[in-house]
Design a protein around this ligand. Structure first.
Ligand code: 5GP
Length: 128
């Protein structure tokens, strides 16, 4: 079920538990601002998730409340993860589902990085 992006942060969500080390993940990157790991149900040959270390429900929550250092650190981490996965030359796709219409399911901001194959143009995806 998609979440309400305006809900308060729920410390028991799956990604909060991964951040605390209570649940395992296939980690590919960690720094002061971000953790990145393989999606458990990959939708492409490469499907990574990058999450901020801070407690932010969604892209909206993060961009409204995070410090400039957190925003910059997170954005740089997303770029670095894609670079280190070898995705820059072939290209890749980023996605941050947000709230109900965006069909966000986990209430901790995450950016999907998809790569490893040719994707279709965006319009059919946007049409849903
Ligand atoms: P959303 O629909 O919220 O944008 O994406 C949530 C993503 O989290 C999905 O792609 C789903 O496969 C992934 N996911 C859900 N639970 C887990 C988990 O426990 N571990 C990992 N690595 N990914 C998860």
């Amino acid at each position: 079920m998609p979440i309400d992006a305006t809900q308060p942060y729920d410390d028991s969500n799956i990604f909060a538990r991964i951040l605390r080390g209570e649940l395992p993940c296939r980690k590919v990157h960690e720094d002061e601002f971000a953790l990145a790991f393989h999606d458990i149900n990959p939708q492409a040959p490469v499907h990574l998730l990058v999450i901020p270390k801070g407690a932010y429900v969604s892209w909206d929550d993060f961009t409204a409340k995070a410090s400039d250092a957190e925003v910059a650190g997170f954005m740089r981490a997303v770029g670095q993860v894609a670079r280190e996965a070898g995705l820059v030359a072939p290209g890749y796709r980023l996605l941050a589902n947000t709230g109900g219409h965006g069909h966000q399911e986990v209430p901790h901001l995450h950016v999907h990085i998809f790569g490893g194959r040719q994707f279709r143009e965006m319009v059919p995806l946007v049409r849903g």
